[in-house]
Design a protein around this ligand. Structure first.
Ligand code: NAP
Length: 328
């Protein structure tokens, strides 16, 4: 039967930002819950090795996720497995967060840390062969491609890092990129340039994914965007890493966002909807790293606590917020 819960803070998503917000809310003795549809960890679960989280020169994404989870729970964060369908602000100024099971979480504040969803290429065959050769997660699916010849699409950090990772299994990895320069950070680029199992196919896009009689990927139809010549690449796997879309669609009503759909916040991580905070990959910002997610979430949880205190004391003044005078 559908239930209604009441919390002071509802945190949506249990990636690095969500677990950090949960930890800080727990330490502030707030009644807080983290709602997560899958295993805690978010994008950490799609990242093989993390080398840029201070204090850990080299740690597997999965391990770091476990540590975040344990740490947040130690300080009292409650984590519920639930898929959030919508969040809306109701007449009394509280938020109602509704799950696919029909449960409602009522709270005066929400911290949205729902991350993003991989962008799709949008070419014929891509969705048809998803899970049958087409993948968006190297760490989840890489081992299925032992000894295969596969392709990775993209030129950012994710594509370059995962192409390198996939050479553990694949005999050959083609990195297909639509330009003649990679966007990825130089240190990651160096790894692919030095990896003999990786061949970069420049200025090229995938036009179509072709399958075999068993319904598995067998080839990719490529097009050189400079010469407009087409070719067929024999490959049994296609890993797509062409960016993320922020998971902000669950929020009803208008919230200020940038052209990519990322939520714009003030320096307290508060969005244009009062009481709704955003942290991590859903937020408009220069860098989307584990370190920035954790920093955002720390600020968001502390700001949410101040907001709750001001509300309780009847001191909250929305005018001050818009003029930058309220704890900004
Ligand atoms: P990204 O940096 O936005 O890169 C997306 C790549 O996909 C770009 O090279 C882009 O090409 C290409 N692309 C976009 N649309 C395409 C299309 N329709 N067809 C073909 N190619 C397309 O995304 P990301 O690599 O997922 O990274 C997202 C964020 O996470 C970044 O801030 C990144 O630094 C961070 N990240 C960091 C690490 C790390 O530090 N270890 C690992 C993963 C991700 P153009 O270059 O031509 O635009």
């Amino acid at each position: 039967m559908a239930k209604t819960h009441e919390y002071e803070v509802v945190i949506i998503g249990a990636g690095p930002a969500g677990m950090t917000a949960g930890m800080y809310a727990g330490r502030a003795m707030l009644r807080a819950v983290v709602l997560e549809r899958g295993a805690p960890g978010g994008e950490l679960l799609n990242t093989e090795i993390i080398e840029d989280y201070p204090g850990f020169e080299h740690i597997e994404g999965w391990d770091l996720a476990q540590k975040f989870d344990a740490h947040a729970r130690k300080f009292g964060a409650e984590v519920h497995t639930a898929t959030v369908e919508r969040v809306r602000k109701v007449e009394d100024g509280w938020f109602e967060t509704v799950t696919d099971a029909g449960d409602t979480y009522r709270s005066p504040t929400v911290i949205l840390t729902a991350g993003g969803t991989p962008v799709k290429l949008g070419v014929p065959g891509e969705l048809e062969y998803a899970g049958k050769g087409v993948s968006y997660c190297a760490i989840c699916d890489g081992a299925f491609f032992k000894g295969h010849r596969i392709a990775v699409v993209g030129g950012g950090d994710a594509a370059v890092e995962e192409a390198d990772f996939l050479t553990r299994y694949a005999e050959k990895v083609y990195l297909v990129h639509r330009r003649d320069q990679l966007r990825a950070s130089k240190i990651l680029q160096k790894r692919v340039f030095e990896n003999p199992k990786i061949e970069i196919i420049w200025n090229t896009v995938v036009d179509r994914v072709e399958g075999d009689a068993q319904g598995l990927v067998k080839a990719l139809h490529l097009r050189d965007v400079v010469t407009d010549t087409t070719s067929v690449l024999a490959a049994t796997g296609l890993f797509v890493f062409i960016g993320f879309r922020p998971n902000t669609g669950i929020v009803e009503g208008h919230v200020r966002h940038d052209e990519g759909g990322y939520l714009v916040t003030d320096s307290n991580m508060e969005t244009s909807m009062r009481g709704l905070f955003a942290a991590g990959d859903v937020r408009a910002q220069l860098a989307r790293q584990v370190t920035t997610a954790v920093g955002d979430a720390t600020t968001a949880a502390i700001a949410a606590e101040k907001y709750l205190t001001a509300l309780k004391n009847g001191q909250y003044d929305p005018q001050l917020l818009s003029s930058g005078g309220y704890a900004v």
